[in-house]
Write a protein that binds this ligand. Structure first.
Ligand code: CTP
Ligand code: CA
Length: 226
């Protein structure tokens, strides 16, 4: 795949990739987050770079090595990711949103460490912006690719997100399946396209999923150029 100079199907394109979880602080020592490792998004960034694209990787906190040849923008919270992605949207050709963005954040971030009490504790949470939905409503001719991590009704939920967020492709996976999803090195995914086409893949390495994704992205650019 994409090693030879002629095999750079994303040459001349600027691709923004998001990866990892976001972290939503509640006091100076604690935060809410999810199990995302960032592996899928980092693999996508590397594959897009190998395919010749200029790549911007907006990443939540991960323990991964920054991919070579890629512009890395580190963020912590969903609001920070929102800002960094929105600021760049007009200047990119595609966005691939692999990040597991926290849907909610604590309403109040305490300046001081919260002290424990004998009673139960309730943290009030408020909604974070849906970055991808907003990109969908603002898009001009950018290609938008989303991910759907589901634990049930995979196809139905993924297709709903594809339509609602005005995506060009959604990559769905079942997070309860073995060797798939969070922190795994492999993933079992299905691609759903707006025209109803589906591509169901075997269990593959995340590197291979990333290459398949870049290859689909390249085909979409090619079709548009015609
Ligand atoms: N996403 C986003 N901003 C959010 C939440 C999600 O950009 N605040 C993006 C993710 O990066 C992913 C896609 O939307 O590409 C789907 O995320 P997912 O969590 O599966 O779907 P949600 O729309 O958040 O719906 P729910 O969590 O209720 O299933
Ligand atoms: Ca969500």
């Amino acid at each position: 795949f994409f090693t030879d100079d002629d095999m750079q199907p994303l040459k001349g394109k600027c691709v923004l990739v998001t990866a990892g979880p976001t972290r939503e602080g509640v006091d100076p020592v604690r935060y809410f987050t999810n199990y995302s490792s960032g592996k899928m998004g980092y693999a996508v960034a590397r594959a897009a770079h190998a395919a010749g694209a200029e790549v911007i990787l907006v990443s939540g906190p991960t323990s991964l090595k920054p991919p070579e040849g890629v512009e890395l923008v580190n963020v912590i919270s969903a609001n920070e990711m929102y800002e960094q992605v929105m600021n760049r949207f007009d200047n990119v050709d595609a966005v691939i949103k692999s990040a597991a963005v926290a849907d909610y954040r604590p309403k109040v971030i305490n300046d001081h460490k919260i002290k424990k009490a004998d009673s139960e504790m309730i943290v009030k949470m408020v909604r974070n912006p849906d970055i991808l939905a907003e990109l969908g409503s603002k898009k001009q001719d950018q290609i938008l690719i989303g991910f759907a991590a589901e634990s049930e009704n995979i196809d139905e939920y993924a297709k709903k997100k594809l339509e609602k967020k005005r995506l060009d492709l959604i990559v769905a996976n079942n997070i309860l399946e073995d060797h798939s999803g969070f922190d795994s090195d492999t993933n079992h995914v299905t691609f759903f396209f707006p025209n109803g086409t589906e591509k169901d893949f075997e269990l593959m390495s995340k590197e291979d999923v990333a290459r398949q994704l870049c290859s689909s992205l390249a085909s979409m650019f090619e079709k548009r150029a015609k």
